[in-house]
Design a protein around this ligand. Structure first.
Ligand SMILES: C[S@@+](CC[C@H](N)C(=O)[O-])C[C@H]1O[C@@H](n2cnc3c(N)ncnc32)[C@H](O)[C@@H]1O
Length: 232
């Protein structure tokens, strides 16, 4: 099971704003592999600093058709080289075996190089004030749907354990919660809602009610994110 990320959301991201722990580590000359690059907005920022970045993504429809990008799945990616830094931002949340992905990322990192992962714990997202009941119902279905597909709703909290299992050392973790960009959840209800309905976790009536509810909601949502860095 896969889903396609929203191009507009991905294109609006920048290295400095949306992967700032990585940005602080970059120097000219470092080679960087960006796993789950989507449309490449963050990867281009990396390349601008280091001069050597490769972005890979398993969704062919998103991967830019230009040098520095490749359609590939991290689980079986064999580039024939290693990198100073291997990173994944908001990617492992969509992989049902994140340990396997992290092990592969570690294997592609030069000895002494860094693995940098930024990801969510969707169960710890908080709405202020409470989101409308119709949307809370949708969000509960979203979490159940994700769990059904093996996607960890507390992934960010489990990253250090995954890093330790991968044999990574000198672990450094930071909390990087952020406010959801306006329009994120109306867009998610539109794009993911029909898939969640199709998979039997929500009725179409409840999906339509959630779209109306979250469309009119004027509060804020804090997304629970953490970055973990480890040395290979
Ligand atoms: C939410 S997007 C994040 C894109 C970008 N890193 C960012 O932070 O804006 C997650 C991306 O990971 C990709 N992805 C998921 N599993 C993958 C895998 N096994 N190998 C490569 N890419 C994967 C998806 O196709 C999607 O484009």
């Amino acid at each position: 099971m896969r889903h396609s990320s929203d191009r507009g959301t991905l294109n609006a991201r920048t290295l400095e704003k949306d992967h700032k722990r990585l940005a602080a580590l970059l120097r000219p000359g470092l080679s960087v592999l960006d796993v789950g690059c989507g449309t490449g907005a963050i990867t281009r920022g990396i390349a601008k600093v280091t001069g050597d970045a490769l972005g890979i993504d398993r969704d062919k429809s998103l991967v830019p058709d230009e040098p520095g990008f490749q359609h590939a799945d991290i689980l079986n990616f064999e580039p024939g080289r290693r990198f100073d830094i291997v990173t994944a931002a908001r990617t492992l949340q969509w992989i049902s075996n994140p340990q396997q992905a992290l092990d592969r990322m570690t294997a592609l990192t030069k000895p002494g190089g860094l693995v940098v992962v930024l990801d969510y714990s969707h169960e710890r997202n908080v709405w202020q004030p409470d989101a409308p009941p119709s949307f809370q119902h949708f969000y509960a279905a979203f979490l159940k749907w994700r769990a059904h597909h093996g996607w960890d709703n507390l992934l960010a909290d489990h990253l250090e354990d995954l890093f330790a299992q991968a044999g990574l050392a000198d672990l450094h973790a930071t909390t990087d919660d952020e406010l959801a960009p306006p329009g994120l959840w109306p867009m998610m209800v539109d794009s993911l809602g029909p898939v969640i309905v199709r998979d039997g976790f929500l009725t179409d009536l409840k999906r339509m009610a959630a779209a109306g509810g979250i469309g009119a909601y004027e509060g804020t949502q804090a997304l629970a994110l953490r970055t973990v860095i480890g040395r290979a």
